[in-house]
Design a protein around this ligand. Structure first.
Ligand code: NDP
Length: 244
C-alpha cells in the first residue's frame, strides 16, 4: 500500500507472534510498513501475514539480555527502525509473601529489562535520523496495582517510568516515546482467568465488555504515525474506562 499511515516505515514489534503484538503487526502491515517481529516462536499464520507486506521474524528470548541486544544491534545495521513496539510480556502471578524470587526476576527481565535494551539500541539509531517512535506496552495495573501481581505491576509501572525518562532524553532529537496501558484484552494471557472472575471484571468496566487486540493495535498505530507528532511521554489507557 503506497498511501498507508506507515508507508515506507520500518517497524519492530516484540512479542508479535500472537495476541496484542500480532494485532499490531497486522495493523502496521496494513498501513504499508515493513515489519519485523521478535519472539521465541514464529506466528502460526506467518505466511498469511507475510502476504500483507514485508515481514521478518527475529527468533529471540527477550529474557536473555545479551542475545536480545545482539539481535537488535544486528537488525539496525541494515537500517534503523522508525517504530519500535516493546510488547513482549508474561505473568507469573502469586501473592508476594509466597512468590519465589525467580518469578519476580523472570517477569522483570522479560517485561521491563527487555524494553530498556531494545529501546536504547533502537533509539540510538533513531537519533541519528532525528525521527522515530518508541511505544511501550504497559498495563493499567502499572497505574493502579493488583493483588497477586506485584512482579507484573512493578514491571509495568517500571515501563511507565522508562517511557517518561527516555522521552525526556531523546525528545530534542525528534524521537518520541510513549506507553499504552491496556485493561482487560481477550488473548492467551487472559484466557486462563476463571469465568466467575471474568464476569466480576466485566462489571468494573464502564464500557461493559473486554477489549480486542485490534483495539489496542489502533492506538499503537496512532502513536507510531505522524498523527501523534506532538505526543511524547504520554500513557494512554485502553481499558473501556476501567481505571479512570
Ligand atoms: P500473549 O501471551 O497472547 O502474547 C505474548 C507475546 O509475547 C507472544 O508473542 C510471545 O511470543 C511473546 N513473549 C513472551 N515471552 C517472551 C520471551 N521471553 N521472549 C520473546 N517473546 C516473548 O499476551 P498478550 O498479547 O495478552 O500481551 C501482550 C502485552 O500486552 C504484554 O506485555 C502484556 O503484559 C500486555 N498486556 C496485556 C493485557 C491483556 O489483558 N491481555 C492487559 C495489559 C497489558 P512467544 O511465546 O512466541 O515467545
Amino acid at each position: 500500500m503506497e498511501h498507508g499511515m506507515l508507508s515506507g516505515r520500518r517497524c519492530l514489534v516484540t512479542g508479535g507472534s500472537k495476541g496484542i503484538g500480532k494485532a499490531v503487526v497486522e495493523a502496521f502491515l496494513r498501513e504499508g510498513a515493513a515489519v519485523d517481529y521478535l519472539s521465541r516462536s514464529k506466528a502460526d499464520d506467518h505466511d498469511s501475514l507475510a502476504a500483507m507486506g514485508p515481514l521478518g521474524w527475529l527468533a529471540c528470548d527477550v529474557s536473555d539480555a545479551e542475545a536480545l541486544e545482539a539481535v537488535v544491534e544486528e537488525a539496525v545495521k541494515t537500517a534503523p527502525y522508525d517504530v519500535v513496539v516493546n510488547n513482549a510480556g508474561v505473568t507469573r502471578d502469586g501473592l508476594s509473601f509466597r512468590m519465589p524470587l525467580d518469578d519476580w526476576r523472570a517477569v522483570i527481565d522479560t517485561n521491563l529489562t527487555s524494553a530498556f535494551i531494545v529501546s536504547r539500541v533502537a533509539a540510538r539509531a533513531m537519533i541519528k535520523r532525528r525521527s522515530g517512535s518508541v511505544i511501550n506496552v504497559a498495563s493499567v495495573v502499572g497505574l493502579v496495582g493488583n493483588g497477586g501481581q506485584t512482579n507484573y505491576s512493578a514491571s509495568k509501572a517500571g515501563l511507565i517510568g522508562l517511557t517518561k525518562s527516555l522521552a525526556r532524553e531523546v525528545a530534542s532529537r525528534g524521537v518520541r516515546v510513549n506507553a499504552i496501558a491496556p485493561g482487560y484484552i481477550d488473548t492467551a494471557m487472559t484466557e486462563a482467568i476463571p469465568e466467575t472472575a471474568k464476569s466480576a471484571l466485566r462489571e468494573r468496566i464502564p464500557l461493559g465488555r473486554t477489549g480486542a487486540p485490534a483495539e489496542v493495535a489502533s492506538v499503537a498505530l496512532f502513536l507510531a504515525s505522524d498523527l501523534a507528532s506532538y505526543v511524547t511521554g504520554e500513557v494512554i489507557r485502553i481499558d473501556g474506562g476501567m481505571a479512570m
